[in-house]
Write a protein that binds this ligand. Structure first.
Ligand code: EPZ
Length: 417
């Protein structure tokens, strides 16, 4: 298993290009089933989670090919409506295939996605909403069996603005009979990107990015070409890396509008932020300041995916910060590992109190999940001495060549197989 080894202390300087958004391309790949034709998708990152989705598409009968950052999916010969357990276990967010397979095949059998490192990841909101569209769903033997002779539009209210549930309902309703309204939906930019993709296919969807989405069912969908939006979490992660080392880093090919909550927190830490049309430059020359409270919230609030990377930055602030993780049940697994590096953090339920320390020291640490792993890399960049990070496969799920990009910025970092 690979490890990442970092000799901390270098100041990051330079430019880093941000890839297409993992959490936009995953639902878009699920949507390629719907048009029974050609899907050309540009700006696709090379990530394990993307490869897992491509494996599912091929299993279902699609022809898939990658040309650099472009993925071409031909879904004209779908021959199955089942996703086997080992593919579902590869990536729990494969539950997003439920809506698109039902839409296209009117049947679907998926193994239960199960939990992951950050919590049980239930799908009750997905299933409740799909049942409201007239879809018959049985759960047995760890599988979800779905049947939909018809899919009838409905007026659906989500108890929580779940990203995945919002996406699954859109995918299931796009060719339903009638017009579906979904209220209290997730407003993430990735939902807007899915709407744009489907509308480019001939769907009639409006309201993504607001709390209410309207989907007018259509009969047919056609070939499509689309460019995926930039990854706001990858971009934010590199800004956090510059914040902790005290350098000047420019991230390019981003949409600054998507990072506003993170930029606000970084400014509160004492970073200078300069925003242009599709670039953001962060520099920190003064002492890192604490942030009173960071509360993770649905978009446009502070993103839960940046909770761990931001915590690493705050371990070296001149004072005490509080982080409240309101989205996931168990997303503090990086805390123990940061404490091995000398951080002073106290966790009480979903609240972490971070008392700034003078320095972090390099240590052997374990990445337990994707963003927690990124947090350990960020801490290692500033720690005194060498940090060895195990569990790099978690990090590779969401960051393309993280060590290469950081080395280009001046970090002393390498991957050891
Ligand atoms: C998406 O996960 C993202 N994944 C996550 O990113 C992200 O952290 C999350 O949204 C929140 O922004 C992808 O887009 C592939 P949710 P998702 O449904 O859809 C509870 C990363 O690091 N819930 O909004 O699973 C759930 O348990 C990943 O890139 C229910 O209770 O998130 C959680 O506590 C991690 N019942 C909360 O809602 C349901 O039916 C948020 O979940 C669904 C969700």
């Amino acid at each position: 298993m690979s490890r990442i080894v970092i000799a901390g202390g270098n100041i990051l300087e330079g430019e880093v290009n941000v890839n297409g958004a993992k959490n936009a391309v995953l639902p878009i790949l699920a949507a390629t089933i719907l048009n029974g034709g050609i899907n050309v998708i540009h700006n696709c990152p090379e990530l394990k989670d993307v490869s897992a989705s491509l494996q599912i598409l091929e299993f279902l009968g699609c022809e898939v090919k990658r040309q650099g950052k472009t993925i071409i999916v031909d879904s004209s010969n779908i021959k199955d409506y089942r996703v086997p357990e080992q593919l579902m276990r590869e990536m729990r967010s494969s539950v997003i295939f439920l809506g698109s397979i039902i839409s296209k095949c009117r049947k679907a059998v998926l193994s239960y996605p199960g939990g992951c490192e950050i919590g049980p990841r239930p799908i009750d909101l997905h299933l409740k909403a799909l049942r409201q569209l007239g879809i018959k769903i049985n759960e047995a033997h760890g599988y979800i069996y779905c049947d939909a002779a018809r899919i009838d539009a409905n007026d659906i209210n989500l108890n929580f603005p779940s990203v995945g549930a919002t996406e699954n309902i859109i995918l299931a309703a796009v060719m339903a009979n009638g017009t579906t309204i979904i209220r209290n939906v997730a407003k993430e930019p990735e939902i807007v990107d899915l709407q744009d993709y489907l509308n480019a296919m001939g769907a009639k969807i409006s309201g993504a990015g607001t709390s209410v989405i309207k989907i007018e069912g259509v009969e047919k969908l056609h070939d499509v070409e689309h460019t995926v939006i930039p990854d706001r979490i990858e971009g934010s992660t590199y800004l956090a890396a510059a914040a902790i080392t005290g350098g000047t880093v420019k991230i390019t090919n981003v949409n600054p509008e998507h990072l506003q909550a993170v930029l606000a927190a970084l400014r509160e830490c004492g970073c200078k932020i300069y925003v242009e049309k599709n670039t953001i430059t962060l520099s920190r020359t003064s002492t890192l300041q604490p942030v009173d409270v960071i509360r993770t919230l649905p978009y446009p609030g502070f993103p839960t995916d940046m909770q761990a990377p931001m915590m690493s930055v705050l371990t070296l602030a001149r004072g005490t910060s509080i982080i409240s993780e309101t989205i996931f049940e168990n997303r503090f697994k990086h805390v123990e590992e940061l404490m091995r590096m000398g951080a002073d953090i106290m966790v009480d339920g979903r609240v972490a109190v971070i008392r700034g320390v003078e320095k972090l020291t390099g240590a052997n640490v374990n990445a337990m999940d994707l963003r927690g792993g990124a947090a350990l890399v960020i801490a290692g960049l500033a720690a005194e001495g060498s940090t060895v990070i195990e569990g790099v496969h978690h990090i590779d799920r969401g960051y393309e060549k993280i060590e290469d990009k950081l080395r280009l910025l001046g970090a002393d970092i390498k991957r050891v197989d």
